[in-house]
Structure formats: C-alpha cells, structure tokens
Design a protein around this ligand. Structure first.
Ligand SMILES: Cc1cc2nc3c(=O)[nH]c(=O)nc-3n(C[C@H](O)[C@H](O)[C@H](O)COP(=O)(O)OP(=O)(O)OC[C@H]3O[C@@H](n4cnc5c(N)ncnc54)[C@H](O)[C@@H]3O)c2cc1C
Length: 389
C-alpha cells in the first residue's frame, strides 16, 4: 500500500455470486486484482444465500443464456475438482405447467415451449412428460389436475450458492488475489486512466473497477444505469420431511410448477437437504429497502405458503415450515441481465431471479471486459441501451 492506498490493476467491488467468479478468473490469469466486500461473503444479506439455486441447461428465458450456463457448469466442475467441494447437484430439473401459452415464467409466456426449443437447438437431453407420467415417476408431486405437461432435464438440478462463492474466493486467494471484507465502497471516481474507489477506511486506485454489488447496484452504478434496476423481496421456506418414501434418491428433481391456470399459482422447490425441503414463489410485490428492511419473514407467510402450495402439492412434508428467510434480488424491466462496460468500470448484474446458474460465466466475461478483451459470449444484448430504444 502507498500514500494513495492500495493500487491494483482491477478492483472487484462486491464478492457475491458474480464478483467472486470475476475475481477467481482474474487471479487465475495472473492479473493483480483486489476484491472488496462490505460484509464477509458468503453471507445472508444479499441475493446468494439459502443453500440452493436451481440450474437447468435449456434456458427458457432466452437462447443467449444457454452458452452462459454451459460455460458456468464447466467452471463449477473445475472448482469442484480443485477444492474437493460438491457445488453442482445434477438431480434433474422438472418444469410443470397446465397452460403453457396462457401462463408465464420470468416474463415469458410459453416458457415450456421456449425451454424445449432451446433443448432441441442445443441438443440437451430432455423428456416431455404428461400428468400420468409425472405422477408415476415422481411420487412427491401430488394433486395433479391431469392436464399438466412436464419438461424434464436429467442434467439440471441445483447449485450450492454459499459453497460456490467460498470456493471461488478461496481459489482466487490461492492464485494471488487480495480480498478485503467488512469494507464498504462509498463512491467510485472515474479518471482519465484510473479509477479511485473510496471506501469507509481507505482509497483503492485501479485501472478498472468491476461493480458487482447485486441488490445494492443502484448505489454505485451511474444513475442512468441504476435506474433500470428495482429490488424485490423474496421469501424462502424450509419444510421438514415427515415421510421420506416420496423422496427416493435419484427421483427428486428441483422443480418449477404452475399448478393453476394463473401464473401466480406457481412455486418452486428442491430435493430434501438435511431433512428439509426448501420451497418459494417469485414475488414481485413492491420495492425492498435494501438497507433498512427486515430480513425476517412475517409470521403469516409460512402458513400461507403451506396452504396455497405445499399441503396440496407436495407429499410427506410437515404442515408448517421450520424456518423461513428473506433474500432480495435485483430485477430489470425485461428480466434480462444488465452488463455495461465503459472506460474505467464494468457494471454487471446477473439478476432477475435467474442469475446464479450463469454467474460463473458472467463473472468470467466481466473479468475479460475489465482487461480490454472481448468476451466470446453474446453480451451486447444485456447492455442498458436496450431500455432507450
Ligand atoms: C430468493 C432467490 C432465489 C433465487 N433463485 C435462483 C435460482 O433458483 N436459480 C438461479 O439461477 N438464480 C436464482 N436467483 C438469482 C441469483 O441468486 C442472483 O441473481 C445472484 O445470486 C446475484 O448475485 P450477485 O453477485 O449479483 O449479488 P450478491 O450475491 O448479492 O453479491 C453482491 C455483493 O456485493 C456486496 N456489496 C454491496 N454493496 C457493496 C459496497 N458498497 N461495497 C462493497 N461491497 C458491496 C454485498 O455484500 C454482496 O456480497 C435467486 C435469487 C433469490 C434472491
């Protein structure tokens, strides 16, 4: 450190899903990089906690995401082999709907058809199931109406988010990155050939900054970028398994299920982890105050999840959750990611409730952009300019 504070080539601000991945890639390539986080990741204040995140390879949100998830899976597997940690569980993924054209997921009607089209185009192993086949193959799903269609992808499953972040950071550190936690970045000042990063404690000077602050992104991004991001409160619930017979190993995919004829009648969940099944629904109600709002679920949210979704549709679970957690995320108007790279700073958010599965590749792409390389992935479509047309 000199009189100006730390000097480095690239500073990565925010070490959650995306920032930890970017730092890992920079360090692996021998770039002098510093990672800064206001907390000590992995932590439970941002968008990346709660033990599990669904991953699938045929991406109904858009075919541009398929190369991102395939590249991410390769990176998670590389991290698994160097750390010995289990990060990616390929237990299968099942999407179920009763009215594909009339309901939507992540803003896209016909999500099953879009997913199936992507699977066919990228030759991703999958099956299309009717209600009888779903009921016979997966006894944990009950209360089927009889008109469901399912898209089943055996190579899908879930990621363990806290372990992914910890693995990226430990490998980044091992490859030479400096990591500073418990230090909030207050402002970024872009100069002609350097960026000054003012924190609560010191100043960091870098040639380029990657801003990967997730649901805090509007605080540090330029207003013309940050204004496209809203923050939404999401609640996760864990239900104890009382009858394990419906959850036979190898037959318990992660799932997204629209069990009614309205998109609001949708929830998603995971196989049991340590005797608990985690479920949630995507909530787009109201803005979330990321600094002030409570991270506790309201007392009536667990019973509401049980009554509306779990009791009628999942076998063998307790009547009420044993724990719940609040986990906010950033969302854009079209639910696509936001990546903006210009002189001095790359602002990146794998957002809108579907970003974890892509975070390793998005972090790698941000690392490439920060050192002036073009990413081989199709990133221009995620630029903020799309909102001005
Ligand atoms: C409930 C929920 C369920 C989800 N389910 C799925 C799923 O099933 N599948 C899927 O693919 N995706 C899912 N997602 C989306 C995915 O988890 C997020 O897109 C992803 O975790 C976002 O990562 P991030 O790096 O952008 O943000 P984060 O992981 O939140 O990281 C941001 C980091 O920036 C730090 N930071 C913020 N401000 C500052 C500052 N001023 N100075 C220094 N550091 C700062 C924070 O401390 C934090 O560590 C879900 C999200 C939520 C919330």
């Amino acid at each position: 450190m000199n009189a100006m504070g730390r000097v480095c080539d690239v500073a990565v601000i925010g070490l959650g899903a995306v920032g930890s991945s970017a730092l890992y890639q920079l360090a692996k390539r021998g770039i002098e990089a510093v990672g800064i986080d206001r907390f000590a990741p992995p932590h439970d204040r941002g968008s990346s906690h709660g033990e599990s995140r669904i991953t699938r390879q045929a991406i109904g949100e858009g075919e541009a995401y398929v190369p991102l998830v395939l590249r991410s899976n390769a990176i998670w597997e590389e991290l698994e082999s160097v750390t010995g940690e289990r990060l990616l569980e390929r237990c299968g993924f099942l999407f179920m709907t009763r009215d594909d054209a009339g309901t939507s997921h992540h803003g896209h009607a016909g999500f099953l058809r879009r997913t199936r089209d992507a699977a066919e185009r990228f030759k991703i192993d999958h099956e299309v199931l009717d209600a009888a086949e779903i009921g016979a193959r997966f006894p944990q799903f009950i209360g089927l109406a009889g008109d469901e269609t399912g898209y089943y992808e055996p190579g899908g499953g879930y990621l363990r988010p806290e372990r992914c972040i910890a693995a990226s950071l430990s490998e980044a550190r091992r490859a030479g990155a400096r990591i500073v936690t418990g230090m909030r970045v207050c402002a970024i000042e872009r100069g002609a050939d350097q960026v000054r990063i003012r924190t609560e404690r010191e100043e960091v000077v870098a040639r380029h900054a990657i801003v990967a602050t997730g649901p805090w992104l509007p605080q540090l991004a330029k207003p013309e970028i940050g204004r496209h991001v809203a923050i939404r409160r999401q609640v996760l619930h864990w239900f104890p398994v009382h009858d394990i017979s419906a959850y036979r190993a190898g037959l318990t995919p992660s799932f997204i299920w629209t069990h009614g004829l309205d998109s609001a009648e949708q929830f998603y969940g995971f196989p049991p982890i340590d005797g608990l099944v985690k479920v949630a629904r995507e909530d787009d109600a109201g803005d979330f105050d990321i600094e002030q709002a409570s991270r506790e679920a309201d007392f009536d949210e667990g019973p509401a999840m049980a009554a509306r979704h779990v009791t009628r549709h999942l076998a063998g679970l307790a009547a009420l959750p044993s724990k719940s957690a609040v986990c906010p995320y950033a969302v854009t108007p079209d639910t696509d990611f936001l990546i903006s790279s210009e002189e001095g700073a790359t602002v990146v958010s794998a957002c809108s409730g579907h970003g974890f599965k892509h975070a390793a590749a998005v972090g790698e792409a941000a690392a490439a952009l920060s050192i002036g390389e073009l990413s081989s992935l199709d990133l221009p479509q995620f630029g903020p300019g799309r909102f001005n047309t």
